[in-house]
Write a protein of this length. Structure first.
Length: 456
């Protein structure tokens, strides 16, 4: 399927639009949920640090020598495990004539390391947050508070490995995108099924139109959804009106033929039996007028029939009927007229009268020129109905074959005929999108190959 075809496909547009919005929604949802969870974990991380800082502040006291000490150890066991990722430290701030002193006290988890914190002087009781390097090079999230105990300025620090915050976020994001991927795949499959199910009536409509086009039905009788039924009803109305137009055209053509043939018969009868120049002129002009009336009426009827969809004519009954007729017409010539076996699937997508007109002219022409044998064969080639009529006569030179398809041209003036038979066949075939070709026959005479649209 080409890109231009895809762009013009309603199914492709619906799928593309739906899949685009599914993908966009999944991406926005994943980004939003990931950020919300990360912020939640960050808040919990710093809230836990502040809880430890509050515990450290609450347990801070001075011993008998005025040195900072903890009334009770902090409850988290990680603080007693070396490099466990959670640390506290107490620094002495400069003040009251005393110099600053790093790490007056620190948690056992720091072992022999000291936290290097930014030079900061928060107001008493105020909490600050920082990011610092840990004892093993990892990044730590840190909270600090400055307090005074008996005029002794101290800086309380609690820090934890940011990996405790990053790892849950990474795991959550991995599981989140996996879940959203499964959800997106499910939504894409649902959209695919919905589009195919939703457009199924259009495929059914296309199949119904195909049956009408192939001549298998005269109208669409299937049940369709209420959204499509108005279109189906309008189409059936158009088909009915076309059928009425064709029938009216046939009736008018028949009326015109009757109206013209009656005065022509009167003129022909008036000139019959007389041998003067006027009688011969009248007879010749009447014959010419009859040929022209027959030719143009056949074209008018065929043109009306071509515009009527749903026409389907099986080939075998028409061939058998014409073969019987030709055997009776040419019974005195001892002709062998052979129709090869034909399957019931061979059918012409058009009116029976037009098929009879075309094949009748070809059969009659072959019988006129045949010596002893005429053969008729048919088949399907590239979805086209191909009918071959062969005779064992003298044939026609290749240079003259194209001229034989023109109106009024006859191969031999001694053989009865109007010279319109092959021209009518050619015109009717072209109206249906087909053609007639003259070629050499395997029997030694002329082969007429008639190609017409096939009804499936």
């Amino acid at each position: 399927m080409t890109l231009a075809t895809l762009r013009g496909s309603l199914r492709f547009r619906l799928l593309l639009g739906t899949l685009f919005w599914i993908a966009a929604t999944i991406l926005v949802a994943g980004w939003g949920l990931g950020n919300m969870f990360r912020q939640h974990v960050e808040l919990q991380f710093h809230a836990e640090l502040k809880t430890h800082l509050d515990q450290l502040t609450a347990q801070l006291a001075l011993d008998d020598q005025g040195r900072p000490t903890l009334a009770m150890p902090l409850s988290d066991p990680r603080l007693n495990k070396p490099f466990a990722g959670l640390y506290w430290q107490i620094d002495r701030l400069a003040g009251a004539g005393l110099p600053a002193n790093l790490a007056v006290m620190r948690s056992r988890s720091l072992w022999d390391q000291v936290l290097r914190v930014p030079a900061d002087s928060p107001a008493s009781g105020e909490v600050h947050q920082h990011r610092i390097a840990g004892p093993q090079g990892e990044m730590l999230g840190m909270v600090e508070r400055s307090v005074r105990i008996d005029e002794l300025p101290l800086r309380l620090i609690v820090a934890a490995d940011e990996g405790l915050m990053i790892e849950p976020v990474a795991r959550f994001n991995k599981e989140l995108w996996l879940a959203l991927g499964v959800l997106g795949l499910g939504l894409a499959l649902a959209a695919l099924v919905q589009v195919f199910i939703g457009l199924a009536p259009l495929r059914k409509l296309r199949a119904a139109l195909g049956r009408v086009h192939r001549g298998e039905a005269q109208r669409m009788e299937e049940a369709f959804p209420v959204e499509i039924m108005p279109l189906v009803e309008e189409f059936n109305t158009v088909l009915a009106r076309n059928a009425e137009v064709v029938e009216r055209a046939r009736t008018q053509a028949g009326n015109l033929a009757h109206a013209l043939k009656t005065p022509l018969s009167v003129l022909a009868n008036a000139a019959d039996g007389k041998d003067d120049a006027l009688a011969r002129l009248v007879a010749a002009q009447v014959e010419m007028a009859r040929r022209q009336v027959d030719y143009h009426l056949a074209r008018a009827q065929a043109a009306a029939a071509v515009r009527l969809p749903g026409a389907r004519t099986p080939l075998e009954p028409v061939v058998d009927g014409l073969a019987r007729t030709m055997r009776r017409i040419h019974a005195g010539r001892d002709l062998e007229l052979v129709a090869q076996p034909m399957t019931a699937s061979l059918a012409f997508r058009g009116e029976e009268q037009d098929l009879q007109e075309m094949l009748g002219n070809l059969f009659d022409n072959a019988c006129k020129w045949a010596s002893r044998r005429v053969e008729i064969d048919a088949g399907i080639e590239q979805d086209r109905l191909v009918i071959r009529v062969d005779d064992d006569g003298k044939g026609i030179a290749a240079a003259q074959r194209e001229a034989m398809l023109r109106r009024g041209v006859r191969a031999d003036q001694q053989v009865p005929g109007s010279g319109l038979g092959l021209a009518i066949v050619d015109d009717l075939a072209r109206m249906y999108g087909g053609q007639v070709v003259l070629a050499d026959s395997p029997l030694g005479g002329l082969r007429a190959v008639l190609t017409l649209p096939a009804a499936q």
